[in-house]
Unconditional design. Structure first.
Length: 592
């Protein structure tokens, strides 16, 4: 059953400021009640007969229904969501869960837009009305025309032929309204100020309909001289006795008009209707019309009135007037502004009313409140490019990247696929061979066998003196010449492909420069490296046919890192620098 009010029986609990737009109405004591005003009745009448107003009200209703409600608590850093506790349970019980709350928000949005107020009622099921007790509490949004107040009792008049339903003492009754600036106890709505415009639309529509349905306004009167001689009426013409010459002429004219339609081959399609008239009567025929200048401008005036209606409602005018001429960015900005300037203020009014009238009497904690979430209302622009850049910088995870680029979680790579991708890309962001080796070792891609010289000993390592350096330097390992040559071939091919792409995409095109040297004259950006080196290593299996695939991947990673450093620094290829990028593990893996 709805929770009882738990307020003092002597007087209703009214918020300190009526700007809170909500009053909890307990027991059978006198409650804050406002009789329905005449303007509210007229506003609902225009909602029933004006399609534009109905569309606007339903738009607000549908948009508001997509928001979600949840409990929150006030903190020094702002409201914090509550998913457990008394407040969370109370919000979940309101209108029996999220589905009912969507209908509640839709009804409140429509009532506040048109009439400016409504009543939120929670009551027990009534068996006399065919309501089953096991279906749970009955929650309703009741309009001002349905709520009745008699003495200290409240009734809901459903106008279904049955007696008005009297609400019990423990029923939840909350009046929610948009306060008028002049008298805050009164309700206000945007339709209230637009009633003259709605009357104008109504009368112009009636005038246009009268023009369409009136025979005089449509055809007017054709005045013919009596001295005119008309042809004889058709034999099958159904004319009354004593028919005038004009009646006979209209019968002849009708026959001449319908004969070509029934029989396109009939000569009547080309033969004119012959009428004889004295010379002095030529030009005396007059067509008298009854329309005025207003008839020519009625549609234009109604269009202007609809424009005024769109500007006066609490919604973007483009909703009624259309969004012609707006691109997708303009449409997104319109949607974003409608949420911030129109939807969220209305949601704040509703949630503030629910906090004061529903939640606080149940939890008795002034820090509890009903909050809203408009995530489902916001139409976000295409952020896939920004998502890719943030992912490359390590500021975004893979799940968010897939979401922003339109993919699902099933598209995520497996562990084996990720490892193979890492083999190709791990060295791309590293500048030293040690970082490459550490990353590969952490992935378990390579297994480095520590030699006796590499095994750490106790105590700090012995640093050779300056005198010992020329004679006792670190041991040098000279890689096989054929392997170095093969690596250089791969590097020149990668630089050549990058140079061809630079020539095709950049405005600077140095003449007389080999494709593999273009990068030294045309600068590259880090975001362009993937495209410049795309498919640059496809010939590796042909250059190194006897090398296992896993070992080739290690070398390709080192060479790819080296080529990227050349493209960014625009330095000339140097074999010694390349050998530094080729780690000892890479050369050993090839030589073994």
């Amino acid at each position: 059953m709805p929770r009882s009010n738990q307020l003092a029986p002597s007087e209703p609990k009214v918020p300190e400021s009526l700007m809170a737009s909500a009053v909890r109405l307990p027991g059978k004591v006198d409650r804050v009640y406002q009789r329905p005003n005449d303007w509210q009745e007229e506003a609902w009448r225009h909602y029933d007969i004006c399609g534009e107003l109905r569309y606007a009200g339903n738009w607000v209703s549908n948009v508001l229904s997509r928001a979600t409600l949840h409990a929150a608590t006030r903190t020094a850093k702002g409201p914090r969501r509550q998913d457990n506790g008394a407040a969370a349970d109370a919000v979940h019980d309101l209108f029996n869960g999220p589905d009912g709350q969507a209908q509640m928000l839709a009804a409140l949005g429509l009532h506040i837009t048109v009439a400016g107020e409504a009543y939120l009622v929670g009551r027990r099921p009534e068996p006399d009305r065919g309501e089953r007790a096991d279906e749970g509490d009955i929650w309703e949004i009741v309009g001002t025309q349905e709520m009745r107040h008699r003495g200290r009792r409240w009734f809901i008049d459903y106008s279904d032929g049955s007696r008005p339903l009297e609400l019990s003492d423990d029923a939840v009754i909350i009046r929610i309204w948009r306060p008028h600036p002049r008298r805050r106890i009164e309700a206000d709505s945007p339709v209230r100020a637009l009633l003259p415009v709605l009357r104008e639309i109504e009368f112009l529509t009636r005038h246009i309909m009268a023009q369409v349905t009136s025979r005089l306004a449509g055809a007017g009167i054709l005045m013919l001289p009596q001295g005119m001689t008309f042809p004889a009426a058709p034999a099958d013409a159904n004319l009354p006795e004593g028919a005038s010459s004009a009646d006979i002429f209209m019968a002849v004219l009708g026959e001449a008009m319908t004969a070509p339609i029934l029989n396109p081959d009939s000569p009547a399609a080309l033969v004119p209707v012959v009428v004889t008239v004295p010379d002095e009567l030529v030009g005396k025929i007059e067509h008298l019309t009854f329309w005025s200048e207003l008839d020519q401008h009625a549609v234009e005036l109604r269009t202007e009135a609809i424009r005024r209606l769109a500007l006066g409602l609490d919604m973007p005018p483009e909703v009624l007037l259309g969004t012609a001429g707006l691109n997708h960015w303009g449409s997104w900005q319109m949607e974003e502004s409608s949420v911030k300037a129109h939807v969220e203020p209305l949601l704040e009014l509703v949630t503030n009313a629910l906090t004061i009238g529903y939640l606080l009497p149940l939890t008795d904690d002034v820090n509890d409140l009903v909050a809203y979430d408009t995530t489902a209302l916001r139409l976000r622009p295409n952020r896939s490019r920004e998502a890719v850049e943030l992912y490359d910088r390590g500021e975004l995870d893979g799940e968010a990247l897939r979401r922003e680029t339109g993919f699902i979680e099933d598209d995520a790579p497996t562990e084996e696929e990720f490892k193979r991708w890492m083999l190709r890309k791990v060295a791309g962001g590293s500048t030293t061979p040690e970082q490459v080796a550490d990353a590969l070792r952490a992935l378990g891609v390579i297994e480095v066998r520590a030699t006796a010289e590499e095994t750490p000993t106790q105590g700090p390592p012995r640093v050779p003196s300056l005198r010992e350096h020329p004679e006792q330097g670190p041991p040098q390992q000279e890689p096989a010449k054929d392997l170095v040559a093969a690596c250089e071939v791969l590097v020149f091919r990668a630089l050549e492909r990058a140079g061809n792409r630079l020539r095709a995409t950049k405005q600077m095109r140095p003449n007389g420069v080999a494709a593999s040297d273009v990068y030294q004259f045309v600068p590259s950006q880090p975001r362009d490296l993937d495209k410049l080196l795309e498919d640059a290593w496809t010939c590796v299996p042909r250059v190194m046919p006897r090398v296992p695939e896993l070992q080739r991947a290690v070398v390709v990673a080192a060479l790819d890192s080296y080529c990227r450093s050349l493209l960014l620094s625009q330095k000339e290829h140097d074999r010694a620098t390349m050998l530094k990028f080729l780690t000892t593990q890479s050369i050993r893996s090839l030589e073994n």
